[in-house]
Design a protein around this ligand. Structure first.
Ligand SMILES: Nc1ncnc2c1ncn2[C@@H]1O[C@H](COP(=O)(O)OP(=O)(O)OP(=O)(O)O)[C@@H](O)[C@H]1O
Length: 323
């Protein structure tokens, strides 16, 4: 459904001049510097996939999304959306695409939300009856009723984001590009947006590419994650594969029925002791080297186990290892 081959984007900007009248000298100079925002990335996304696209600030995520949506022209490489080029066939591609940039609204700031939807529907050539039916469906899912007659500038951030998501879906596109759809939202608003996205992916089969700095969004929504850093794709695969590739240890806390002797040495070198407090040992082990069952069998050699608590490595820590 989405095919990206060797996609590259360079920005050419004037090199800043220092000193007196530096601003004017910068403007008059022809001294350019080239910034490579996206450095030759390739990937394919199948229909119905929910893919996370993550990376540190300035990694090239928004630039990629803008090229996929036909907003920016690539310096080189190709993008194909449902077999079409977003740059040569922008109008036709736009009908299949919904795009949301969470940092700024795509709606008309001073108009009531409903008026923005009317304008968008007219732009898509949507029949009035179809638009009203579609709006009624979206209203039910995103609770638009409470603010549909309010000017966009007066909406809370959570309401604004719901209004923008509805705008992206008004023409019923197959594909959604979401750039930070939960930015700045509280936990309740985040949860409601995540539930909605889960629903439209699972029940309506929408294909979604999601950019976010919120690792909970990624962990809860995406089966697959792509990591970009300095314009290059550093990882493309499942979250589980990412976990195992990084190999951060799992923590196991074991409480024994009676005091165990001080553990200078554990029964296996693949187990590392973090701490011992009374009857409780905290151990770390790499699940790639040792399964949870094997670890417990080894720990049983020290005494009768009364309680066990396992802590998987935090997804955020895993991601920071590759940034
Ligand atoms: N129009 C532009 N002109 C010059 N440089 C740009 C332009 N747009 C983006 N860049 C640069 O390209 C790089 C990638 O920017 P981009 O916005 O794609 O990053 P990002 O991964 O989306 O970052 P963030 O998470 O902070 O939104 C950055 O170094 C940025 O400064």
């Amino acid at each position: 459904m989405i095919q990206v081959t060797d996609l590259q984007k360079q920005f050419k900007t004037l090199r800043k001049k220092e000193g007196a009248a530096g601003g004017l000298r910068t403007l008059l100079s022809r001294d350019y510097q080239v910034k490579e925002a996206v450095g030759g990335i390739s990937f394919a996304i199948e229909p119905g996939e929910f893919v996370g696209y993550i990376g540190p600030n300035g990694a090239g995520k928004s630039t990629t999304i803008k090229m996929l949506a036909g907003i920016l022209h690539p310096t080189s490489g190709t993008v194909s959306i449902c077999g079409m080029s977003p740059h040569r066939e922008r109008r036709r591609v736009t009908r299949r695409l919904g795009v949301l940039f969470g940092q700024r609204t795509g709606l008309w700031w001073d108009l009531p939300v409903k008026d923005s939807y009317d304008i968008l529907a007219a732009m898509y050539g949507q029949d009035n009856r179809v638009k009203e039916t579609r709006l009624a469906q979206l209203s039910e899912l995103l609770a638009l009723g409470e603010f549909i007659d309010t000017p966009v500038r007066k909406l809370s951030l959570g309401q604004r984001m719901r209004a923008d998501i509805a705008a992206a879906l008004l023409h019923d596109p197959d594909i959604l590009f979401l750039d930070e759809p939960t930015i700045g939202l509280d936990m309740i608003a985040k949860r409601s947006i995540r539930n909605f996205l889960k629903q439209i992916n699972c029940e309506l089969g929408k294909t979604i590419l999601l950019t976010t700095h919120d690792m909970d969004d990624i962990e809860q929504l995406c089966k697959r994650v792509m990591v970009i850093n300095h314009g290059k794709l550093g990882f493309d695969g499942s979250i589980d594969r990412l976990r195992s590739r990084i190999g951060l240890p799992t923590k196991i806390r074991v409480c024994y029925a009676s005091q165990v002797p001080p553990c200078g040495s554990l029964p296996d070198t693949r187990l590392q002791l973090i701490s011992q407090e009374g009857r409780t040992l905290t151990i770390s082990c790499n699940r790639e080297e040792l399964s949870a069952m094997e670890a417990l069998r080894l720990l049983e050699q020290l005494g009768i186990i009364e309680d066990v608590h396992m802590e998987e490595p935090d997804f955020e820590d895993i991601v920071h290892q590759i940034y």
